[in-house]
Design a protein around this ligand. Structure first.
Ligand code: IMP
Ligand code: MG
Length: 177
């Protein structure tokens, strides 16, 4: 694996994920409903496993796989569910856990779909936010880091399925492609 410069270090990620977990714990600990964390595969897996261990509430996890189809290289607003939830979202407190919010196309569609399942509440947590790229509006309730418009990899995020196992977040450059 070629060397990628550190953009957000392991230590910075660890600290921020701890803070997010504490914030989420405060917001949900007095709820008498079950908290359901929903991660959208695959990029969010690393973040989910760290975040959930920093949340001190009763919770469940579930996964969705969605594919966005259409023309072009960036995601479109057409989202197809490839793997749906195993659990019911009905009357649960849902927290969607995402790696990165980019155009917002995928997430805004997923939110639309989940809202039809009448959860008790629905919030969104994203580790990274690239606001310059936004096309579809998404309300972010919990945000790790706001980043500029760069293509980043590591900590679950890939370039052509590579670099997900980097323990830190780095910016992809031409020599790493
Ligand atoms: P959106 O529908 O454009 O918001 O797409 C979001 C998805 O695109 C994320 O969940 C990531 O899987 C992927 N993505 C967006 N930006 C990056 C990036 O900089 N690096 C790696 N994956 C990215
Ligand atoms: Mg990806």
């Amino acid at each position: 694996m070629s060397k990628i410069d550190v953009f957000i270090s392991e230590e910075q990620i660890k600290q921020r994920v701890k803070e997010l977990g504490e914030e989420i714990t405060r917001d949900y600990k007095n709820s008498d409903r079950k908290l359901l964390l929903i991660a959208i595969l695959k990029g969010s897996v690393v973040f989910l496993t760290d975040l959930m261990r920093n949340i001190d509430c009763d919770l469940m996890i579930d996964f969705m796989i969605v594919s966005s189809y259409g023309s072009g290289t960036s995601s479109s607003g057409n989202v197809k569910i490839v793997k749906d939830l195993d659990s019911s979202a009905y009357q649960h407190d849902i927290l969607i856990v995402e790696d990165i919010l980019d155009s917002g196309n995928t997430l805004s569609k997923v939110i639309e779909i989940l809202k039809t399942r009448t959860p008790h509440s629905l919030k969104v947590c994203a580790l990274l936010d690239k606001p310059d790229r936004r096309v579809s509006h998404v309300d972010l309730d919990y945000k790790g880091f706001e980043i500029p418009d760069e293509f980043i990899v590591g900590y679950g995020l890939d370039y052509d399925e590579r670099y997900r196992n980097l323990p830190y977040i780095g910016v992809l450059t031409a020599e790493n492609m």
